[in-house]
Design a protein around this ligand. Structure first.
Ligand SMILES: *Cc1c(COP(=O)(O)O)cnc(C)c1O
Length: 360
């Protein structure tokens, strides 16, 4: 067996230790005689798995008691609709900061529910920076302020926490949740699809302040109402049991690594190796403003797009895959999530040096 170095933006690399543990437990989880996929979600075994996963996530992120943790489905994309449906509470508008492809999608969906005030936009520079809060024009009628704190495609990351006063701050953290410590109390609601930095696709995590629950209109479908899910302990219907189990194993793995402060230290070190090369190179280019560069998703370009295919081919021959950039940005993108080891980034940088030297 040989595993590749996987730079996918998502679904993405998982810790090998977690995959091995899942393989060992596949046929017989903790002497239950069952695979986790075969268990009733209402049985004691799965209830224990789900409770442990939530407790470990709470410990890792320091989630206070007045916040509820929901394990949902539908991806971050469903949150683009659930957020306005649940949080508008009769208000006519919501503020959105437009920082790239994912915030654009969130804005488009929210426009079905309310007047969207684009408080700031980085479209003027092809989404290569994070607009400073001093330039945001917030709407006094807005029910909440929405930001995507890591634009997976553009590689732009919010390295500070906006201050929205009494207005709840809602953040799409899909592609950098658990990559660094966060002060949850600064947010009204945090959401993230699991398949970037947590676990398998099919699970979406929502962390929501309790006083924001129960605001959905009466006509809202039960499956789209945060309060209904919170009251049902995320078991209104069958949850994505296997995805919850794997996410739980990832949380345990993160605790063994030393928690989110240690992950941040490693993620800073990994990103530095790649950005240092990009900055020193006349061959490669990073399109993103230095202060706003993502530690998780690093887009870069070669001097001529005609070289892209040869670059990707050489990378694949060296066991490095899923480096092709998103069509909207072009070039390459290396995603360096928690489960990507430093050696993987070093291998990439060694190859980039070699490739650049041959063609410069
Ligand atoms: C991947 C991604 C999404 C969409 O996630 P789905 O699970 O496919 O709905 C939304 N926002 C961000 C920031 C993402 O990276």
């Amino acid at each position: 067996m040989s595993r590749v170095i996987n730079f996918s933006a998502g679904p993405a690399v998982l810790p090998e230790e977690v995959l091995r543990q899942a393989a060992e437990e596949m046929l017989d989880w903790h002497a239950s005689g069952m695979c986790v996929m075969e268990m009733s979600h209402r049985g004691p075994e799965f209830i224990a798995i789900a409770e442990r996963a939530e407790a470990d996530l709470r410990e890792l992120m320091g989630i206070p008691g007045e916040y509820r943790v929901l394990f949902l489905q539908g991806g971050a994309t469903l949150q683009f609709a659930m957020v306005p449906l649940n949080l508008l509470a009769g208000k006519p508008a919501a503020d959105y900061v437009d920082t790239g492809e994912w915030s654009k999608k969130a804005i488009k969906e929210a426009q079905k529910f309310c007047r969207v005030n684009v408080a700031a936009s980085a479209a003027d520079a092809k989404y290569t920076y994070m607009p400073e809060q001093a330039g945001w024009r917030l709407d006094p009628d807005a029910a909440y302020v929405h930001v995507c704190s890591n634009e997976t495609i553009g590689g732009v990351e919010l390295h500070w926490v906006p201050d929205t006063g009494e207005v709840p701050l809602v953040v799409d953290m899909s592609s950098h949740i658990l990559s660094r410590p966060v002060d949850v109390t600064r947010y009204g609601l945090i959401y993230a699809g699991a398949q970037k930095n947590i676990g398998p696709a099919g699970l979406t995590i929502v962390i929501v302040r309790e006083n924001l629950l129960g605001r959905a209109p009466k006509s809202a479908p039960s499956m789209l109402d945060y309060k209904v899910h919170a009251d049902a302990q995320s078991m209104l219907n069958t949850p994505p049991t296997y995805a919850v189990y794997i996410a739980g194993l990832v949380f345990q793995w993160l605790k063994r690594q030393g928690g989110l402060a240690e992950m941040e230290r490693r993620n800073v070190a990994k990103a530095k190796v790649l950005y240092d090369l990009l900055d020193a190179s006349a061959f490669y280019r990073s399109p993103v403003r230095k202060t706003d560069r993502s530690r998780m998703n690093v887009p870069f370009t070669l001097p001529d797009p005609a070289l892209d295919a040869a670059f990707l081919k050489g990378a694949a021959e060296r066991g490095m895959v899923q480096l092709k950039g998103h069509r909207s940005v072009g070039g390459m993108r290396a995603s360096l999530y928690n489960a990507m080891p430093l050696e993987g980034v070093q291998r990439l940088v060694d190859y980039m040096r070699e490739f650049g030297a041959k063609r410069a």
